[in-house]
Design a protein around this ligand. Structure first.
Ligand code: 6PG
Length: 245
């Protein structure tokens, strides 16, 4: 696994780089192949998606992008908490992506049944590597507690599950979530952490420098053994990193 860390002055620069990576990787797609991405939720992606919609509407081959999610809150798709709603409002409603390329996690359905259904859908549309579906790009965020996707500290059994998706629970709100597991995440061709804001600076340094105690954090277990790991941070989130990395 190759790890690359890039630091950007502001989120616009990070978004530009992320978008250019997408464009470049899609340019070399074999004919008739699709590029598969699993999107993360939360607030950081919203700004990145808005940038993509505003600046890459014409540049990116949206009809060859298959959009999945790395996690979703167990709420209706029009709920303000929904990662799908956030993505729809900041990106999908503004770019020419066919609806047939969009595979949302149905947060409104029974979590156990939906985790199973969604795992099947991923298996059906995403080519496998070592008998596990392999996303071209898995987008992840970093929580200030070291969570990623919806795997929170103290729930490493979810990361280590052999399933592709599991049911998680937010430690504070008890909100149920459906989350990709480490089995799926670590099989991706590329995993990209997109991390912004000073609130993440301590945790980013803890995970990136493998500080004592980090070994029990879900984000530390992200290790695409046959792929690449990309850390994209803005200067505030990178505030506790040595700049020569
Ligand atoms: C979610 C996300 C979650 C998020 C982190 C960081 O559904 O909330 O998948 O893992 O990526 O909490 O979120 P921010 O980048 O918005 O702080």
């Amino acid at each position: 696994m190759a790890t690359t860390t890039k630091i950007f002055k502001r989120i616009d620069g990070l978004s530009q780089f992320f978008a250019e990576q997408l464009v470049e990787r899609m340019k070399v797609l074999p004919e008739k192949h699709f590029f598969s991405i699993a999107l993360s939720g939360g607030s950081t992606p919203s700004s990145i998606f808005q940038y993509l919609a505003a600046n890459f509407r014409e540049t990116l081959a949206w009809d060859r992008l298959l959009v999945f999610w790395s996690d979703e809150r167990c709420v209706a798709p029009d709920d303000h908490e929904s990662n799908f709603r956030m993505t729809k409002e900041s990106l999908l409603d503004h770019v020419p992506i066919p609806t047939t390329n969009i595979f949302r996690i149905k947060g409104e359905d029974n979590p156990a049944l939906e985790a199973e259904r969604y795992a099947k859908a991923v298996g059906q549309f995403i080519p496998s590597y070592n008998d596990i579906p392999r996303f071209d790009l898995m987008m992840l965020g970093l929580g200030d507690d070291g969570h990623t996707a919806s795997i929170f500290p103290g729930n490493l059994h979810l990361f280590n599950s052999k399933k592709l998706f599991e049911i998680a629970e937010h430690p504070k709100t008890m909100q149920k979530r459906i989350t990709a597991t480490g089995t799926l995440i670590n099989n991706a061709q590329t995993v990209a952490f997109l991390v912004t804001g000073e609130a993440k600076s301590e945790m980013a340094a803890t995970v990136l420098y493998r500080k004592p105690g980090s070994e029990n954090l879900p984000a530390s277990l992200v290790d695409p053994v046959n792929g690449d790991l990309l850390w994209l941070l803005d200067e505030k989130a990178a505030g506790k990193l040595q700049t020569n990395i």
